[in-house]
Design a protein around this ligand. Structure first.
Ligand code: C2E
Ligand code: CA
Ligand code: CA
Length: 580
């Protein structure tokens, strides 16, 4: 093998090629072979060339792949999507899904078409839901959910629309405002669920009788609207009202129970009584209130003169609602003593509500009937019961152990929560039940005799005494009262004040009536209180005829709690001195 003696390289001037050489020597040291070898630079250059070629090849491959991919994408995605988009645009959605399937056979397209179909089905479903929701929204915004009649808002809008047409046609529009009589009492007696069913039954009957001919609406509660065109004369309107009142001649059957009711109706007419729905509704309501004032089941047509009195009523109703909402801060309980005729002791008092409105006191005679009519008597009485008990307990701190008598209206007595509220108030005040009496009017006993008697028995068992207020003004006889759980009667003020009337004939007649009441009450072991005692002559007559208790201005007006305490203490003081 030759030995490597020398190695190097020769650069060519063109710089492109360079050749290396190696000189090998044989065993005798002679140069035997010169081998031309490619130099590292050549190799380097050759490497570059190789890389360049490789890169070119790779680039070419990539370009080809890209083209293939793009082509594929175009075929698989872009075209179908464009096609679908084209089909979605304005084409009947129901048929797109089918069309897509038919026209495209590739698997990818099938998949894509399926997911698009799913999407379209969901869009359709959403569209249905939106449609349903907007229909529901429209319904709720315009119709009353209980009766299906138009609600207040939609009734007013329809009336405006009817007026607009009537203006062009120069015709008449009559708006009838109907309110059920004593519905609140019925509602409290039968409970709110049955009350709702009752309202629904009334609406149903309205639809049966007038459905196609009149616009019907419900203003809320037990208030309904009927709108009729072309009732030009009052006689025409009266005829229409007769059709309404006829609806109430047959009893309503709610859960197999027969219920009778009447309705008060007021009417206002376009163009005489108002130019738009708001005015007509308001004036028809005023006419309705006026009808109600005159009794049940009546109809009144609007006149300007009705305005002031009724507006006051509406004002009072709204204010009572506000006062109750604000925690009854404007109400006060006043107390009027009842004096024992023989012993002259004050053993009990009557609690009477007072309304201290910012612009002066409003009398109970003005707002109690109003509160009864609109049902606000219930929360008002709850307050009065609690306040009377609280004050009665406060009297004890001054050594005054009085009973307190609370006035209870018929619908409060019939209210399912009455007994519980009373018990709770007595408990909260730290009193016992025998410290509370209730006063109810005769008419209360006539309402739902079975229910009333149930409540009276329960009150009796609890130790609460029951007085019949304003006795003599109603229709019940004493023997009838005897069958009920009643302990006392209060002879009405109208009889008492006549005892010493100037007209001697009338006075004599009255004295006979009072004597008869007292005599009969005694045979039935009833305690008798005379109310409205104003003169010594009246007191003397009542004492002679064994009336047990006297109440009236002769002794004291109803007083605020602090003044009542002072009055009783000074009364006790005076009678102690007299006894000694
Ligand atoms: P009522 O229950 O018959 O109460 C007696 C009324 O006669 C009271 O009128 C009282 O102030 C008045 N009075 C008492 N003694 C005399 C007198 O010697 N002469 C005259 N002229 N009047 C006398 P008030 O307080 O104005 O109450 C009127 C009616 O309002 C009450 O008549 C009662 O029916 C009702 N009322 C008052 N407070 C309440 C209450 O808290 N709840 C209910 N449901 N009704 C009440
Ligand atoms: Ca009373
Ligand atoms: Ca009375």
């Amino acid at each position: 093998m030759g030995q490597l003696m020398q190695a190097g390289h020769i650069s060519m001037t063109d710089g492109e090629n360079a050749y290396g050489y190696e000189i090998l020597q044989d065993a005798f040291g002679e140069d035997s072979l010169v081998v031309a070898v490619e130099s590292p630079r050549t190799l380097y250059q050759q490497g570059n060339q190789f890389i360049a070629i490789m890169l070119t090849v790779i680039a070419a491959c990539c370009t080809v792949t890209l083209l293939v991919v793009l082509n594929l994408l175009n075929r698989i995605v872009v075209k179908p999507v464009r096609k679908l988009a084209g089909e979605v645009d304005g084409i009947n959605m129901d048929t797109v899904a089918g069309t897509l399937n038919e026209n495209n056979n590739s698997r990818e397209l099938d998949g894509l078409a399926r997911s698009m179909n799913g999407m379209l089905v969901r869009i359709q479903e959403d569209r249905d839901i939106i449609q349903e929701n907007s229909e529901m929204f429209y319904y709720n915004a315009n119709f009353d959910s209980l009766t299906g009649l138009r609600n207040r808002f939609s009734t007013a809008r329809q009336i405006d629309e009817i007026i607009r047409k009537a203006k062009e046609a120069r015709s008449h529009v009559s708006v009838f405002y109907m309110d059920l009589d004593r519905f609140k009492v019925i509602n409290d007696t039968i409970g709110p669920t049955m009350g709702d069913q009752f309202i629904r039954a009334v609406a149903e009957r309205m639809r049966e009788h007038l459905g196609d001919t009149a616009l019907l609406g419900r203003m809320g509660g037990d208030e309904f609207i009927m709108v009729q065109e072309n009732l030009k004369e009052e006689i025409d309107r009266q005829y229409f009202v007769n059709r309404i009142t006829d609806m109430f001649k047959t009893a309503f059957v709610v859960k197999e129970r027969e219920l009778h009711i009447t309705a008060s109706i007021g009417a206002a007419n376009y163009p005489e009584d108002g130019q738009d729905a708001e005015m007509l509704l308001s004036n028809a309501e005023i006419a309705m209130y006026s009808a109600k004032e005159q009794g049940d089941g009546l109809y009144v047509s609007y006149r300007k003169e009705l305005h002031s009195a009724i507006q006051r009523k509406i004002f009072i109703e709204n204010r009572i609602r506000e006062v109750i909402h604000d925690g009854c801060k404007e109400f006060r309980a006043f107390f009027q003593p009842k004096v024992h005729t023989q012993t002259k002791e004050i053993q009990s008092c009557e609690a009477l509500i007072r309304w201290m409105a910012p612009d002066g006191i409003i009398a109970p005679m003005e707002f109690i009937p109003q509160a009864e009519e609109c049902g606000l008597i219930v929360p008002l009485t709850w307050w009065m019961i609690r306040e009377s008990c609280r004050q009665c307990a406060a009297f004890e701190k001054h050594g005054i152990i009085n009973k307190v008598a609370i006035n209870i209206s018929a619908q409060v007595l019939a209210h399912g929560e009455f007994i519980e509220v009373l018990k709770q108030a007595v408990r909260d005040a730290g009193l016992t039940m025998n410290r509370v009496d209730i006063e109810i009017t005769e008419s209360t006993l006539l309402d739902d005799i079975e229910r009333v008697n149930e409540v009276l028995s329960e009150l009796h068992l609890m130790g609460v005494e029951i007085s019949i207020d304003d006795f003599g003004t109603g229709y019940s006889s004493l023997s009838y009262l005897n069958k009920l759980e009643v302990d006392r009667i209060k002879i009405d003020r109208s009889f008492v004040m006549e005892i010493d009337a100037v007209d001697e004939k009338s006075a004599e007649d009255n004295r006979e009536i009072v004597k008869a009441i007292l005599a009969m009450a005694k045979t039935m072991n009833m305690v008798v209180t005379a109310e409205g005692v104003e003169t010594e002559a009246q007191a003397a007559f009542l004492q002679e005829n064994n009336c047990d208790e006297l109440q009236g201005f002769l002794y004291s007006r109803p007083l605020p709690a602090e003044e009542y305490i002072a009055y009783v203490l000074s009364w006790k003081e005076a009678h102690k001195a007299m006894d000694n």
